[in-house]
Design a protein around this ligand. Structure first.
Ligand code: SF4
Length: 343
């Protein structure tokens, strides 16, 4: 059964600061805040279309949920509560400096099961440069408290921020592994019109690293997170014409995760090239059938890469026995597998 979120956006609600990169109205394509009646209607309509609710969560995203005025927060929770009792539960996202025992007691009584913290970076200088208004210590403390209460913990990370570099982003990724959240969302920064980051970018003060380099780094962090048992539930902002039209720079791509996956397969294949492959100018790679398009790359980018760089013809074959995100490289180039699976 596929996991499903019923997303209810509360853009910028409760945010005590205006973070340099953020425009939730653009990201969520929504300017109005929902009231309790809206929450009830959204849940009712969504529930009517879902047969099995066991993997469904109602998710409040787009603001600092635990910092919104208490009466409004309770109005939203009251409206969602009867629905949350019939499905997997409620998921909320908030800031690390807006978590306390009092807040967690309230959330627990409303069937909240998962809390995501917008951590963005674990480098205090980067947090300061981007007007976050909290420190890395807040992330560590809030994470520990959320864990103590037994909620599922998620961290949202934003590599490539103003003031970040390869070292600080790498340190953040490693520190996240030390926290061991259940999930991460990786949102490489997208520079939006109307934000302070947009101004810095337009003035030439903020110069993000090249797109391809960010793809490579994120691909490496995905491997790192997986090796620590951390589930990656999102890579890159969701595809939206609105975001696309407001993006000045940074790393907006409707299939950013696919680009990272393709890079990951390319790196694994490249590491396995032998003298025999070079001599025969051919390499056959077995991957799980669901990963064939990622191994081939968008618009056959990996096929082209090996041809142009090594003069090697890459053949990708589906094999159920290979676990997703892994490859098996034929010792010598030979035909194998089901021709129907070939690309
Ligand atoms: S990043 Fe989070 S805390 Fe900052 S303005 Fe956006 S929604 Fe609010």
């Amino acid at each position: 059964m596929k996991h499903k979120n019923i997303a209810i956006f509360v853009p910028h609600a409760g945010c005590p600061y205006q973070c340099a990169f953020c425009d939730q109205h653009t990201i969520t394509s929504q300017t109005e805040l929902p009231d309790g009646g809206d929450v009830e209607r959204i849940c009712r309509e969504a529930f009517a279309q879902i047969d099995d609710l066991s993997e469904t969560e109602i998710a409040f995203f787009g603001g600092s949920f635990t910092a919104i005025p208490r009466a409004y927060m309770l109005e939203l929770l009251d409206a969602a509560k009867p629905f949350a009792a019939q499905c997997k539960g409620l998921r909320i996202s908030t800031r690390p400096d807006c978590i306390s025992r009092e807040v967690l007691d309230i959330l627990r009584s409303y069937h909240v099961t998962a809390i995501e913290l917008g951590a963005q970076s674990l480098d205090d200088a980067v947090l300061l440069a981007n007007d976050r208004g909290h420190t890395a210590a807040d992330v560590f403390a809030a994470s520990a408290l959320i864990r103590e209460y037994g909620f599922e913990l998620g961290l949202q990370i934003m590599p490539g921020l103003y003031g970040a570099d390869a070292v600080s982003d790498q340190n953040t990724a490693e520190a996240v592994c030390g926290i061991r959240p259940d999930t991460v969302r990786i949102y490489p920064v997208v520079i939006l019109q109307g934000t302070r980051l947009g101004e810095l970018y337009t003035a030439g003060i903020y110069r993000p690293i090249p797109f391809a380099e960010m793809v490579q780094r994120v691909a490496e962090w995905c491997v790192l997170y997986r090796s620590h048992g951390i589930r990656i539930i999102k890579v890159g902002l969701h595809a939206s014409e609105f975001v696309g039209s407001k993006a000045l720079g940074g790393y907006y791509h409707p299939a950013f995760r696919e680009l990272c996956a393709a890079y990951g397969f390319r790196a694994m294949i490249e590491a396995g090239i032998t003298a025999s492959h070079r001599e025969k100018r051919q390499i056959t790679v077995f991957v799980h059938p669901t990963c064939i398009s990622q191994a081939v790359g968008q618009k056959c980018s990996n096929i082209r890469y090996f041809h142009e760089k090594y003069g090697i013809s890459l053949t990708v074959v589906g094999d159920e026995a290979i676990s997703p995100s892994a490859v098996r490289i034929a010792e010598e180039s030979c035909k194998g597998g089901n021709d129907d699976d070939r690309k």
